[in-house]
Design a protein. Structure first.
Length: 363
């Protein structure tokens, strides 16, 4: 071992050394259907208006640390109950990190059904927290409630994450099951509503019912992935504590101005969402017609499908060779063996994907 290596090992926590970095593949030049982005940009006149608005930005000054104006806009746009507090994050990824950093002791446990969004496990591990994954039901990816009850009872998790709809499976868990988890959980329950624009269901209106409910949102999947803005609503007493460890200027000036602007122009984003929902239906029907493909219903802007007769790694590589980047979940194994995930793109992108997939399956 070099001196440098031994110095790294002696200074860093073993859980950091044990992590593998979150890998984002280089997507330049590809039809990019791997990351649940909204494929549409803004109309030209809206871009002009946005750039004019950015003139008020003062890069020499720090941003508004409390995001006052933006918070007011978010409350109004997303029906955040007046009594609830609001925590702002540089993406909702950062909010997950803030919640977990605040937990008491190294023995706190984090629980989530799996397969789910990988950052829950990744961030918990990076902080040395125990992470318990409870397998979803194999046939439909619903919550396995007997298993959830047992694991909650045994492990007494400080935080439970429920992605609603779930990524990468695309389904909404039963809302009665979530309400039961909120009642029996000894700690916090974070309902992660990253895809709410495509699902039309939310626990936001139920915040007053549960002291331990936190509702997390992001604007990434709606169409602002490049701005990095997430937020979380919950009882003020919780939010005030988490806000203490949020870095004061985590939401930069350009993001604040641009997000306020985009929320004013919400109708444009909403009509993009409508197109994506129509195209999701079309993509679902076309995938379902392909031989050897099992396709799962989705309440999000992506579709999970399973290859019943073909090697998923091979199909993934063939699509990539054809210039189309989707997400290979086969490698994560378990319940996702044979599974690939495709984001709903523009009609042309979806067609290119379908054509390339059909050709690969037929060859
Ligand atoms: C994409 C995603 C996020 C993270 O979103 P950012 O705000 O871009 O960090 C959080 N939760 C789920 C379930 C996601 O799929």
């Amino acid at each position: 071992m070099t001196d440098l290596q031994s110095m790294i090992r002696s200074l860093l926590r073993p859980e950091v050394l044990a992590l593998s970095a979150y890998h984002v593949p280089d997507s330049s030049g590809y039809v990019k259907l791997d990351a649940m982005e909204n494929p549409y940009s803004w109309p030209d006149d809206m871009v002009d208006e946005w750039l004019a608005r950015l003139r008020e930005a003062r890069p020499n000054r720090y941003p508004d640390p409390s995001c006052g104006r933006l918070k007011a806009r978010l409350r109004e746009a997303y029906g955040v109950p007046e009594a609830a507090g609001l925590l702002m994050g540089n993406g909702s990824d950062e909010i997950i990190q803030i919640i977990l950093m605040a937990l008491k002791g190294r023995d706190a446990t984090v629980l989530a059904p799996e397969p789910t969004f990988v950052m829950y496990r990744q961030i918990a591990s990076s902080l040395g927290l125990e992470f318990i994954g409870v397998p979803l039901r194999g046939e439909d990816f619903a919550l396995d409630m007997p298993a959830m009850r047992a694991m909650i009872e045994t492990h007494r998790p400080a935080v439970i994450f429920l992605a609603y709809p779930n990524n990468p499976t695309g389904n909404l868990f039963d809302s009665e099951d979530i309400a039961e988890i909120l009642r029996i959980a000894p700690g916090l329950v974070v309902v992660d509503e990253a895809y709410t624009a495509y699902a039309g269901r939310s626990f936001m209106p139920r915040l007053a019912e549960f002291d331990n409910l936190l509702v997390m949102r992001t604007l990434s999947k709606l169409g602002l992935a490049g701005l990095r803005l997430g937020f979380m609503a919950g009882a003020k007493a919780w939010i005030d504590e988490f806000d203490k460890i949020r870095l004061p200027y985590n939401i930069n000036t350009l993001t604040q101005i641009s997000t306020e602007f985009a929320l004013e122009k919400r109708k444009v984003l909403e009509s993009q969402v409508e197109s994506i929902l129509r195209d999701r239906q079309h993509l679902y029907e076309e995938l379902a017609r392909l031989p050897g493909v099992h396709v799962y219903r989705s309440d999000a802007n992506f579709i999970l499908f399973r290859l019943l007769r073909h090697d998923a790694d091979h199909v993934f590589r063939k699509l990539k060779d054809a210039g189309i980047l989707i997400k290979n979940l086969h490698s994560s194994g378990g319940r996702l063996a044979g599974c690939l995930r495709v984001t709903v793109g523009t009609p042309e992108e979806n067609q290119r994907f379908l054509t390339a997939l059909a050709e690969t399956l037929a060859s």
